[in-house]
Design a protein around this ligand. Structure first.
Ligand code: OAD
Length: 239
């Protein structure tokens, strides 16, 4: 059977679907992926800026980088991959979308049951009182402060070297264990613990379907890897 037809069959037969998305799903909307060279800003790599030490020593530079990313993401719209996933959710009894993306495009496309593993660029968190709030200002003022306690605000995203929120990680693990199809789309599958969710699903008997431009460390163990653009494959493989 051809990969698209097999993908459609897997999506049709599944009763409980869990999906894990990465930067590749937003690439066709114009969001640069992390490991591509468009991810560079003033010659810094994302890893150099998205970490707690960078924010401790150079909070101004980190906020300038987030302002650049906010400006870049704000006008972008969901692509056919985001929309197909929202449609699939509406058709399935049990559907959960786990995303590593912080751009908010899945929600914009109409997805509802979303676990944002790495946070959301449109939220801020106080470094003192930890209050999380929505903030969609573009640009947000450099070194913004908390309305409650005047502490320095940081982006509500997970940085390198930081732990994921326990509740969100537990919910993602539970979804991986409960599904009968785990779909991994547009992620290089090298950042843990996100990358291990597929293994967890497979260990509980789920089939694993991968959609990516190229092979990843997950590909050898996936039941099916389909290579191509998520925004083309997903709409053409919809049940
Ligand atoms: P990466 O940039 O590591 O990988 C993007 C993946 O998407 C690659 O495997 C590409 O081949 C694939 N890809 C690109 N365009 C695609 C398309 N149109 N259709 C299908 N696949 C496509 O991004 P992530 O795997 O999301 O973490 O990175 C995971 C995490 O590492 C990020 O959330 C971030 C990062 O560092 C934190 O910031 C904590």
């Amino acid at each position: 059977m051809r990969p698209i037809a097999r993908t459609r069959q897997l999506l049709t037969e599944a009763k409980a679907i869990a999906v894990l998305t990465g930067a590749g799903v937003s690439a066709e909307s114009g969001v640069p992926t992390f490991r591509g060279k468009e991810g560079l800003w003033r010659n810094y790599r994302a890893e150099q800026l998205a970490n707690p030490l960078a924010f401790e020593y150079e909070p101004r530079i980190v906020w300038e980088w987030y302002n650049w990313r906010r400006e870049l993401i704000a006008p972008l719209t969901p692509n056919p991959a985001h929309k197909a996933l929202a449609t699939l959710e509406a058709e399935k009894e049990s559907f959960i979308l786990i995303t590593q993306n912080i751009d908010g495009l899945h929600a914009k496309a109409g997805s509802r049951n979303i676990l944002e593993l790495h946070g959301n660029i449109w939220k801020v968190r106080c470094t003192e009182c930890e209050t999380v709030s929505d903030n969609t200002e573009v640009p947000i003022g450099i070194l913004p402060h908390c309305g409650e306690c005047n502490g320095l605000l940081r982006p509500h995203v997970v940085w390198f070297g930081e732990n994921l929120e326990t509740d969100i990680l537990d919910a993602a693990l539970a979804a991986a264990e409960a599904c009968d199809l785990f779909v991994v789309i547009g992620t290089s599958s090298i950042v843990q613990p996100a990358a291990s969710l597929a293994q967890r699903a497979a260990g509980n008997g789920a089939k694993v379907l991968e959609i990516n431009l190229e092979a990843t460390p997950l590909s050898p163990s996936a039941d099916l890897s389909v290579f191509g653009k998520a925004g083309e494959i997903l709409p053409s493989a919809m049940p």
